[in-house]
Design a protein around this ligand. Structure first.
Ligand SMILES: [Zn+2]
Ligand SMILES: [Zn+2]
Length: 248
């Protein structure tokens, strides 16, 4: 499978990146993991306006969903005619949240999105075997494990350290893991990971490669985060960029 980073800025768009959105492709099928602020722009640059077969929203924080609102216009009002509904796997509140953000009643986006409520477990999306589980974040949030042709990608979503994340990441070839917080400061609990914690999780889960994401550029330090992760994880690691592609 192939991973393309469309956006990787944590919490709000950064000067060089949209918020979280990751395109994962296999066998010609294109799954979008999260659809954060600004990422619809990057989707057109790195893939294509309609280069999506299904969407998975890990949780309903703005920085992971807001361009799914803009995307309603893209599909509903396409000059060539409205596109058929696209599957959206998301927490159960997604239909109301997206409709409210769009500004109409609660059926406002049902012509564009076919919603499926996420619950912990394993299920197929296209050619992928998908496992999701609740992680440690203040709202209903799912970490994601994608398997295809014997290869494994784990996406942390937003989370503080937790056992569910260790299980999802176990033995993954690539672990796309958030590292929002700096080490060495007094961070609030049960929200996000630091670089050190991302590295610790990667080591415990015995992953093959660590890709750090969801750094908050304005408040953080990429160098500090990378060094902190390298102090607890000896394998290959890097901070992802918009447009980065990885063959997994
Ligand atoms: Zn976030
Ligand atoms: Zn969040």
């Amino acid at each position: 499978m192939r991973l393309t980073v469309l956006g990787c800025a944590g919490s709000f768009p950064g000067p060089e990146s949209a918020c979280s959105a990751y395109l994962v492709e296999a066998d010609g099928f294109r799954l979008l993991l999260d659809f954060g602020s600004g990422s619809l722009s990057a989707l057109q640059r790195y893939a294509g306006l309609h280069a999506v077969d299904a969407i998975l929203l890990s949780h309903l924080h703005c920085d992971h969903i807001l361009d799914a609102v803009s995307y309603v216009v893209v599909r509903r009002y396409a000059p060539e005619g409205a596109y058929p509904p696209i599957p959206v796997y998301a927490p159960s509140g997604a239909p109301d949240r997206l409709a409210a953000a769009y500004g109409q009643d609660d059926v406002a986006v049902s012509d564009v999105y076919q919603f499926y409520s996420l619950q912990p477990g394993t299920f197929p999306i296209g050619p992928f075997t998908v496992t999701v589980d609740r992680v440690n974040h203040p709202v209903e949030t799912y970490g994601v494990r994608l398997e295809h042709a014997g290869r494994v990608l784990c996406y942390s979503s937003d989370t503080a350290p937790c056992d569910a994340l260790l299980r999802l990441a176990h033995g993954a070839d690539v672990f796309l893991c958030e590292a929002s917080y700096l080490d060495g400061v007094d961070n609030p609990p049960d929200l996000h990971l630091t670089g050190r914690e991302a590295g610790e999780t990667a080591t415990k889960a015995e992953v093959g490669r660590l890709l750090l994401t969801h750094l908050v550029t304005a408040w953080g330090s990429e160098a500090q985060t990378t060094d902190a992760a390298a102090s607890t994880y000896a394998g290959p690691l890097e901070v992802v960029r918009p447009g980065s592609r990885y063959e997994i």
